[in-house]
Design a binder for this molecule. Sequence first.
Ligand SMILES: C[S@@+](CC[C@H](N)C(=O)[O-])C[C@H]1O[C@@H](n2cnc3c(N)ncnc32)[C@H](O)[C@@H]1O
Ligand code: SF4
Length: 406
Amino acid sequence: MNGRSIKVQSRRGAPGFAFNAPLPLTLYVHIPWCARKCPYCDFNSHEIHAAIDERAYIDALLADLDQDLPLADGRALQSIFIGGGTPSVFAPESIERLLCGVRARLACVTDLEITLEANPGTVEQGRFAEFRGAGINRLSIGVQSFDDDLLGRIGRIHGRREAIRAAESAHDAGLANFNLDLMYGLPNQSLDQARDDLQTAMDLEPAHLSHYQLTLEPNTWFHRHPPPLPDDDQVWDMQVICQRRMAEQGYIQYEVSAYAQDGRQCRHNLNYWQFGDYLGIGAGAHAKLTDISTQQARRLWKHKQPKAYLQAIAEHNAHRGDTALLLPEDASFEFMINALRLNGGFTDSLYRQRTGLTLESLMEILQSGQEQNLLERNGETWRASPHGQRFLNDLLGLFAPDSRHA
Ligand SMILES: C[S@@+](CC[C@H](N)C(=O)[O-])C[C@H]1O[C@@H](n2cnc3c(N)ncnc32)[C@H](O)[C@@H]1O
Ligand code: SF4
């Protein structure tokens, strides 16, 4: 998941942090290259024009991690997510060297979840088995659609056959714990096509499904040349019908776009949504880290352009000042932005543990959320109501620091 920075003002006299226990820690690794740039994508991904020096990049990742090691403060990693870009363009040997390097530097929990993102157009026969041999135990495969026509319209490098083969070879490789990314609301997509895509995906028995509405992001080809998209009502119908189908087939929604079979939620992404800590290495990677001894939380950003990143690492300076202390008000708002995406919401104690703050100062806002039917409370648990899920931005707007002091 690519986090986005949220710039908010702090207020004089806001309560300080009182963290009382270490936050869970995960590691995100960014591989910023793709075979071809998709016209809808604003991720930090760069089309490959010449052979990549994988060895040099893995060396840089490990040197980057070395710089950040003190921030882990002895904590064991709960998960590793190798995302992009398209990490599956890297050789399994490179991924193995990366994972050995990480394990040599950091303690890991015994059932460590290690995910690799893959594009079906980059995984020839036998590749997943090799990735499994390299230490990968979960895949996230970017399928988007199984319709050749639609895949062409969104500029994908693969067709239906490669997408199906990728899922089948994940099973063959013993990597049944895989996710399929699907998008809906595609150019000229009909409700039937969205339903068929989902059915094909579920027939392949992934442990997890990510079901994203296509959005036109600034700085993309589609933003400059908008394709004809289904209207809001059609897109809403697609969402509701697909949600119902997934529920019927045992894919339980646990986040706005995430559905999983029982016990197969993505632990790595759950840690973001539950506002845990994470290290981030690689071009453009973000990190959030909390230091209990100084009662400070901090965000870090690595250089975005691969060339600038490699240069900065060579100069032993991956961050170059791209680090900022998180203010209590920011932490509170950012917690809500993440946790209210979860169907299960959050508890008072999770809020206290992850933000170092108490909910007391938010009580008026929480009550207002309930009165507007945007929030539900059940004992210690707060979560978006069905109405709040549909109008999530209205709900989150209540917690924005600017509106709090209006
Ligand atoms: C890093 S990619 C996944 C792996 C690989 N790069 C690929 O595309 O096959 C992350 C996922 O984000 C989703 N995504 C990217 N841009 C999007 C957009 N504008 N709207 C909705 N979903 C988007 C896609 O489903 C994509 O698979
Ligand atoms: S969607 Fe995936 S393959 Fe396409 S440009 Fe973005 S990161 Fe690369």
